[in-house]
Design a protein around this ligand. Structure first.
Ligand code: UDP
Ligand code: MG
Length: 354
């Protein structure tokens, strides 16, 4: 698959060492930074929304306050991901009240990443920023993201230093999981990165052209290259409502990061198989020599059963791993869209050209 190829353009060597600097460039940059002098760029903020009725109004107000303070023409695009509460009503009232606000309705819940895909495909702007709708991504940081863009960066990631109120168990699991992913993944998935991210129009276009339906933006955005950097921040507590990401979702996310961006599990099969073949060969040579020397036949039951069980379980495990990849290939070959739209509430001038 395309995501497995060259990733050398981006190498996040410096964000480990420069813990608290405002901007951590992902070195080496493929070409030098150039200051952007464009007067008042257009900025579109994309927010996936799932059951956020309680917080949406506050999110909107905080966004307006931060966006009005920036020197940009801005608009906000909410993507309702099949919410089952009163979210749609709040979105419609915001749409009526402010002509800089638009929203998309998906036909059911497709998941956070699919909702982001919908938002990206319907945003037309010089700069597109994705962020969560629960105020965990502080709108006040938008000015830092914009400053990095003005300094010439095309992709500005953010990285959580800590999350206020996150329980220590979850924080430990998350840290450990990122460490594992860092070892096995073939793209640089930034540890503790969130989907709070600025994309220049060019990087967004590149993302849009990727053919895969199953998208994990934490892996894909480093993959597209261009000049990238990371801005660290302290994530706030959820303003209201409950997190939709339990341990199950977290595990799913890391499984995708592993299988979408790495073929290591398949290579592990080759390696273990190779070792098993070498050991079996040595054992066979030993048995043949033993018989040729006219010795008594070695007592065989325990070793036969042991070797058979061991090798068969390895084979079964790797058939399972191949199955995971086949399921993913099947998913991509079927080429179903990532989401289905049921309503577009975007004012005509803001619609994409296609
Ligand atoms: N979200 C979504 N679809 C889902 C789950 C979540 O669009 O199926 C949205 C949610 O409304 C929020 C963002 O994705 O704006 C992040 O979700 P959440 O806050 O539950 O995740 P966490 O911050 O706990 O990682
Ligand atoms: Mg959240």
């Amino acid at each position: 698959m395309q995501v497995q190829s060259d990733t050398s353009a981006v190498r996040p060597s410096s964000f480990v060492t420069q813990e608290r600097s405002a901007v951590e460039p992902m070195m080496p940059l493929p070409y030098p930074l150039e200051q952007r002098t464009i007067e008042r760029p257009q900025m579109c903020v994309v927010l996936p929304v799932f059951n956020e009725e309680l917080v949406l109004l506050r999110t909107y107000e905080a966004l307006v306050e931060s966006l009005d303070a920036l020197d940009v023409h801005w608009k906000v695009l909410f993507v309702n991901d099949g919410s089952r509460d009163g979210t749609v009503g709040v979105l419609e009232s915001l749409y009526q009240r402010d002509n800089r606000v638009g929203y998309l309705l998906l036909s059911r819940n497709f998941g956070h990443q699919a909702a982001l895909t919908a938002g990206f495909e319907h945003s037309v702007a010089d700069i597109v920023v994705s962020m969560d709708a629960d105020l965990q991504h502080p709108p006040a940081l938008l000015s830092n993201l914009l400053a990095a863009w003005r300094n010439g960066y095309d992709v500005v990631h953010t990285r959580k230093l800590t999350t206020v109120g996150l329980d220590p168990g979850r924080s430990l699991v998350t840290r450990w999981a990122y460490k594992m992913i860092g070892r096995v993944s073939q793209v640089d998935i930034i540890p503790h990165a969130s989907d709070y991210r600025l994309l220049d129009r060019q990087a967004l276009e590149a993302l849009r052209t990727l053919p895969e339906a199953s998208r994990l933006y934490r892996g894909l955005t480093p993959w597209v290259g261009f000049r990238q950097c990371v801005v660290p921040y302290v994530a706030a507590e959820r303003a209201a409502g409950i997190s939709q990401y339990g341990f199950k979702q977290l595990f799913g996310l890391f499984a995708r990061a592993l299988f979408d961006f790495s073929s290591l599990p398949l290579h592990a099969g080759l390696l273990l198989g190779g070792i098993a073949v070498a050991l079996s060969t040595v054992y066979l040579v030993f048995i043949v020599l033993w018989l040729l020397l006219g010795r008594e036949r070695p007592p065989g039951w325990a070793s036969t059963v042991g070797v058979t069980l061991f090798l068969n379980s390895i084979i079964l495990a790797f058939v399972g791993i191949i199955g995971v990849y086949v399921a993913r290939i099947y998913n991509e070959v079927r080429a179903r869209p990532a989401y289905v739209l049921s309503r577009i509430r975007i004012r005509s001038g803001d619609k994409p050209d296609k």
